[in-house]
Every structure is written in structure tokens, then in C-alpha cells.
Design a protein around this ligand. Structure first.
Ligand code: GLY
Length: 385
């Protein structure tokens, strides 16, 4: 789309950037980093970088444990992005000197009761049917791996290739990387697309994308808790643990500093109120799986808004009829795992590369035109239509 960097200024006047990214969460920052590193003049606009969904996110990189029925294409995208994570994390830390909490212990998937285990086994059978690495464990093997699990946990399976990262370390690292590559972070609110003046605009504004573009991005509320092991100790378990506890889906993400993230609700709501009922359900499920959590400090209860789309897959590509505006949004429950691939695919698009085939099912015009606020796509003048 862009054929080169804009000419250098002859005076100290502001130079029109090549790319304005709206939104400085992980997606927007990573796009800014990748575009700036490839020689483009980049601005990233956000009044409060990292204050959206990523501030609440657990940071699971779980394409296997999160491979759900009916989401085959999305699973392929998650797997492709997760495969980029080791190099992405290493490059980010090498560039910035910032550790981002990248951990590779894998995910233990468990069922508390017989019914929970039956439900979990249906999913594991589906995941194994896709050829994904899911290893069923006998109860004794489960407890050898995580002795802190409640004795009444009926069974489990290991997804050894699922990893995790700490989003609250990732965002500052990406900010530093983007700035070192030459991107300028602009702390301002963009209320309409005409507020930015650049050769190309990338909208990576999460739930805010709907108001800016008319794309069908909806908020999906998630309530999540943070607990801390007593006396500065590390949590008594190493794997990400996820599963069902008396029908309640739950995950627990341990960090080396003693933090445990316990999540999360999935609610079709747009408020960020924390409710007593959600806290009760999450704590009950968490403590039922790992009784030691009852002794932890409860340090945070917070809600965030995931950007969902009608098919829950992201929207990556030009707005219909607006080849000068790219969307990079709608990552729903997968924003952190999809950060590397989103940044690479969007940077390639910005630089006019041949669109990756992975982008075809993620186009903005895949939804009913009635759901879009923008003009209808045309064949003329928009090679993406
Ligand atoms: N990916 C975790 C969540 O959305 O809760």
C-alpha cells in the first residue's frame, strides 16, 4: 500500500507520518514497532497506552487448550501466531532488555467432577482429532505434575506446547521497542478518523474500533481476579491450569512473583462493574481445583472488555471502500497470542506486500454490509475488495 518512506522535511515542520496507528495496546504497539523497524514514519495515538483489554488479560498463549468446536480457521491462526511467539519474545527482550514473563510449562487441562471430566474429554478428543498435542494423564500422573491440585480432581490432560506471557510486562516492552525503532507515541484521543493525518491509518482500538469505523466490534465483558501467594512465595503450581469445576469454566495462571490470575467470565455486556456473584463463582472454582488458593491474598478484582466480532475472529485488512484505512481489531479472547502474527501481517500489508492467504477469511467485508457503517466495498480502486 505504501511504496516508500515519505520525504524528509526541509525544516522543523511536522512531517506527515506514513502510518498512524490508533490504539497503543499490544496490537497497535507491535504494528507500530514492525512498521517503524521497516523504515516507515510511524505515530501511535492513545491517551492511555495499555489501559484496555490487555491490562486485564491473563496472557495465556494457548492455541491448543483454546481450540474449540467450530473454530477451525481461528485455531489455525492461533497456532500460526503461537509458533511466532518464541522468536518474537526473544527479539523483544533482546531489543529492550525487558523480561516479559515468557514461560513454557504448558497447560494442564482438568475436570473436577465426573461430569466436568466428561465435558473436558469431549473437547480433548476434538483437539486430538485436529492433530493437536494433547496428552491424557492418569490421576497419579496429574498429581505428580501438580501436587497442589485437589485430591478430588478426577482427571486431566497436558497441552505441552501452550505457553504464557505477562501482558503487564509485554506492553511496556512493546512501547520501548516501538520508540527505539523510531515510532512516536502521541498521547491523545482519536474520536474520528479525520483526527489523524497520515498516508495510511491502522485502527487497532479494540472495542473503540466500532465507533471509529462502523465495523461490527462488540464488547465482551470479562471479570478476572488476581491473587498473591503469602509471604512472598511463588505459587505452589507451575503450569497454567484450566478446566471445569462443577460446570464452571476457569483458568489459573501462575507467575514467578507469587501472582495467580484467576479468570474469567464471558459476558455479553459493555459495563466494567465487578459483581459479587462472579467473584464468588471464580473463587469457588479456583479453590475447588487448588485448595491452597484459599490462603492467598485477593489483590485485585477487575473487569475488561474484549473486542468481539460476529464470528469471534479478528478483522485484519482495509475498511470496505477505504484502502487508506486498515483495521486490526476484533481479537476477542486471543489478543495476546495473536499479537505477533497480526503485527507481521499488517506490516506486510502496509508495505504493499502480497496479502498472506491467512488474511482472506479475516477481511472486514466478510460481514453483512448492513452491519458495517462504512461504504460498501467495490472492485474498482480497492484491490482488497
Ligand atoms: N483468553 C482468556 C480470556 O479471554 O478470558
Amino acid at each position: 500500500m505504501l511504496t516508500g518512506r515519505s520525504p524528509s522535511p526541509r525544516s522543523s515542520d511536522r512531517v506527515r507520518p506514513d502510518v498512524a496507528v490508533v490504539g497503543a495496546g499490544p496490537i497497535g504497539l507491535a504494528i507500530g514497532w514492525r512498521c517503524a523497524a521497516r523504515g516507515l514514519r510511524v505515530e501511535v495515538h492513545d491517551p492511555a497506552s495499555g489501559s484496555g483489554a490487555s491490562a486485564v488479560a491473563a496472557g495465556m498463549l494457548s492455541p491448543v487448550a483454546e481450540a474449540y468446536f467450530g473454530e477451525r480457521q481461528l485455531t489455525d491462526l492461533l497456532l500460526a501466531s503461537a509458533a511466532r511467539w518464541p522468536a518474537f519474545a526473544a527479539e523483544l527482550t533482546a531489543t529492550t532488555g525487558v523480561e516479559i514473563g515468557y514461560r513454557t510449562e504448558g497447560t494442564l487441562m482438568v475436570g473436577l467432577t465426573g461430569d466436568d471430566l466428561a465435558e473436558a474429554r469431549r473437547l480433548w478428543a476434538y483437539q486430538r482429532g485436529l492433530g493437536l498435542p494433547v496428552t491424557p494423564l492418569r490421576p497419579s500422573e496429574l498429581r505428580d505434575r501438580e501436587p497442589a491440585l485437589a485430591p478430588r480432581v478426577r482427571g486431566g490432560a497436558l497441552a505441552p506446547t501452550d505457553h504464557q506471557v505477562d501482558p503487564r510486562l509485554l506492553v511496556p516492552a512493546l512501547r520501548t521497542a516501538a520508540q527505539r525503532a523510531g515510532a512516536v507515541l502521541v498521547p491523545r484521543t482519536v474520536r474520528r478518523l479525520s483526527d489523524v493525518d497520515a498516508r495510511l491509518t491502522v485502527v487497532a482500538a479494540g472495542c473503540g474500533t466500532a465507533a471509529l469505523t462502523g465495523l461490527p466490534v462488540r464488547p465482551v465483558k470479562g471479570q478476572i481476579l488476581r491473587l498473591r501467594a503469602p509471604d512472598g512465595a511463588a505459587p505452589g503450581f507451575r503450569h497454567v491450569i484450566r478446566g471445569y469445576a462443577d460446570g464452571e469454566p476457569v483458568y489459573l495462571v501462575p507467575r514467578p512473583d507469587g501472582e495467580v490470575v484467576l479468570g474469567a467470565t464471558v459476558e455479553e455486556r459493555s459495563d466494567t462493574t465487578v459483581t459479587a456473584g462472579a467473584v464468588q463463582r471464580l473463587l469457588r472454582a479456583g479453590v475447588d481445583l487448588l485448595p491452597e488458593l484459599a490462603e492467598y491474598d485477593l489483590v485485585e478484582a477487575v473487569a475488561g472488555l474484549r473486542p468481539g466480532t460476529p464470528d469471534n475472529a479478528p478483522i485484519l485488512g482495509p475498511l470496505p471502500g477505504r484502502p487508506d484505512v486498515l483495521a486490526a481489531t476484533g481479537h476477542h479472547r486471543h489478543g495476546i497470542v495473536l499479537t505477533p502474527i497480526t503485527a507481521d501481517l499488517i506490516a506486510d500489508l502496509v508495505l504493499g506486500g502480497v496479502p498472506d492467504p491467512l488474511l482472506a477469511p479475516l477481511r472486514a467485508d466478510r460481514f453483512d454490509g448492513a452491519a458495517l457503517g462504512g461504504p460498501e466495498p467495490t472492485m474498482e480502486g480497492d484491490r482488497w475488495s
